[in-house]
Design a protein around this ligand. Structure first.
Ligand SMILES: *[C@@H]1O[C@H](CO)[C@@H](O)[C@H](O)[C@H]1NC(C)=O
Ligand SMILES: *[C@@H]1O[C@H](CO)[C@@H](O)[C@H](O)[C@H]1NC(C)=O
Length: 207
């Protein structure tokens, strides 16, 4: 009897393990380029994306060579430890500030659901990624999907749904990833931000 119970416990364990591989540990700091597709605004913003989970801060510097005529370009600086976020108009240097949303690390969340493993690219130029979500099976749809490269655990793609409303979702694609923070000066807040006016509901994407 005991043997049977032990065996079935073990089988359960093996089954669960087989279902859910161990999540990889994402780098704490990286420099990347990122394209953020805001599905509600139907618009893509392209950024240099400088990420520092050690100090809970990130900078998104908009690439200004890919816009439409008259488009405004911004730099966003998020400092979760100080609960402040700045938005700087890259041309005029005008700076506004806001309270950031709760810090969302670019990593596999606790209790994540394994969504699958797949190969990106084609023959001769491929690599394997794993996809995870915060879905709770039979209870809640995912509000967060994230895909990581299998070997070094760099982010590839991330989908964030706000307000449980899939219309309010942003898909971020990461590319040209570099380890660490090549230029720490990227986190120096410009002096224009000392007098920054408050802006409500600041988001990383804009039209
Ligand atoms: C995982 O889920 C359990 C049960 O809901 C919860 O107690 C625990 O805090 C969660 N862990 C993380 C890391 O979110
Ligand atoms: C989802 O968000 C869109 C855009 O903000 C809004 O028009 C729509 O009413 C929302 N849907 C629900 C079910 O709240």
């Amino acid at each position: 009897m005991l043997r049977t119970i032990l065996l079935s416990v073990l089988m359960c364990f093996v089954y669960v393990r087989a279902q859910n591989p161990t999540p990889c540990i994402a780098p704490q700091q990286f420099h990347a380029r990122a394209a953020m597709f805001d599905h509600e605004r139907d618009f893509v913003n392209r950024y240099l994306y400088i990420y520092d989970a050690v100090n809970k801060r990130r900078v998104l510097f908009e690439e200004t060579d890919v816009g439409m005529p008259g488009q405004k370009f911004y730099e966003y600086m998020e400092f979760a430890n100080d609960n402040v976020m700045y938005k700087i108009d890259i041309k005029s240097k005008e700076c506004t500030k806001s309270t950031p949303r709760p810090w969302r690390p670019v990593e596999i969340p606790g209790n994540a659901t394994f969504e699958g493993e797949m190969t990106l690219g084609g023959p001769g130029e491929s690599f394997v990624v794993q996809e995870w979500s915060d879905k709770i099976p039979y209870r809640r749809n995912a509000m967060f999907y994230i895909q990581f490269s299998l070997v070094n655990c760099y982010p590839i793609k991330m989908i964030e749904v706000s307000d449980s409303n899939v219309t309010n979702s942003v898909t971020t694609n990461f590319f040209d990833l570099v380890e660490g923070i090549p230029n720490p000066n990227d986190f120096i807040v410009p002096k224009e931000c000392q007098m920054a006016k408050l802006e409500e509901n600041m988001q990383f994407t804009h039209k």
